[in-house]
Design a protein around this ligand. Sequence first.
Ligand code: FES
Length: 100
Amino acid sequence: MKDHVRSNWQNAVLVCRKCSKKVDGGFGPKGDQRLAKALRKHLALKKGRKAAAGIVEVGCLGICPRGAVTVVNGAQSRDWLLVRPGAALDGLAENLGLTP
Ligand code: FES
């Protein structure tokens, strides 16, 4: 068995799954998508490790903001973001360094 695999990810972004559930969607064109999915669609990312960046839902990150979703940018792990529903995905993608 191999001891490593390659991926195309330039960056990895962790999105709290539990926060996403709590705000019940809130993103995307109709405002009914979860943040991770809306961001992946917005950036037209491929699936899995073939994507240019990884946007991964993870368990509770221990911040638990009310009415926002905790997001960790793997490249800037010292500053975590609290993203409110309806936030502009363009601005968020830029903030996360995900724009081409
Ligand atoms: S529920 Fe998202 S950080 Fe705890």
